[in-house]
Write a protein that binds this ligand. Structure first.
Ligand code: ADP
Length: 242
């Protein structure tokens, strides 16, 4: 990226953060009254970015280890909207020894999916919170077609706009296994053992991969190559979110 592009991206980032924090349309409530002081093209730019925000209900799709967590954090920093990770929420519940954690642990350790009603409850509770009203990034949910259908109905029930885009991080199976074995050494996650990893990839291919069709049919699927530097991948994601 050249320096002027960097500056434009940085200033978009600031505007996005204001949009995410403000509970009314920024152009109407903040900028229009101040228009005397702002050039029209500035107001137009904010309006354009605010429109882009209507798509900021993003599902991240991709095999375990495809980089959803890492890229999701970069999206959080860029847009100022929260990331909801069912994997993180479940690991926290296991670590805290809650009832929910106890129910989830065996399935997680075996690389199986946790029961739909458990993860659906986690997501619904989180999506109802104030910081998720302007947009959110879902990481690890939905993970099967039933969850995707429940999610769509849940957004209607919560009075929120539908999912805007599903971003698929495409990475080969060999690369996935390599990354997860690497992570096993660094982080020591209980489910990063080779046989469990292979099983998680199978579960992904059998249950989660069909979701690509689900979102493709709705014209929402954006596939991004998930290999390269973190910044390059992130730029590709920003490109498909425009
Ligand atoms: P990864 O993407 O590396 O497989 P996650 O952190 O997303 O890891 O999830 C870890 C585990 O948590 C999964 O293997 C599964 O047992 C459970 N889990 C997470 N999200 C869901 C979900 N939406 N539905 C069912 N189980 C889930």
């Amino acid at each position: 990226m050249s320096a002027p592009d960097d500056r434009a991206a940085d200033s978009n980032k600031c505007i996005f953060r204001v949009i995410a924090r403000f509970d009314a349309p920024v152009t109407q409530r903040l900028l229009l009254p101040a228009r005397v002081y702002l050039p029209q093209r500035r107001v137009e730019r904010v309006r354009r970015l605010e429109k882009a925000f209507q798509k900021m209900r993003i599902v991240l799709l991709g095999a375990p280890g495809s980089g959803k967590g890492t890229q999701g954090e970069k999206l959080v920093a860029h847009f100022g909207i929260p990331k909801i990770s069912t994997g993180d929420a479940l690991r926290a519940a296991v670590a805290a020894g809650t009832e929910l954690g106890k129910k989830a642990k065996a399935a997680m350790d075996a690389g199986q999916l946790v029961a739909n009603e458990i993860v659906i409850g986690i997501v619904e509770e989180r999506l109802g919170q104030p910081d998720a009203q302007k947009g959110f990034i879902l990481d690890g949910f939905p993970r099967n077609t039933a969850q995707a259908e429940v999610l769509d109905a849940m957004l209607v029930r919560l009075g929120q706009p539908a999912i805007g885009k599903a971003v698929h991080l495409a990475v080969t199976d060999e690369e996935i296994i390599k990354r997860l074995l690497d992570r096993a050494v660094k982080e020591g996650r209980a489910d990063d053992k080779e046989d469990v990893i292979r099983h998680r990839i199978k579960v992904y291919n059998d249950e989660t991969h069909p979701l690509l069709d689900y979102y493709e049919q709705q014209g929402k699927l954006m596939t991004v190559q998930g290999v390269g530097t973190l910044d390059d991948i992130f730029d590709r994601i920003l490109g498909v979110l425009k």
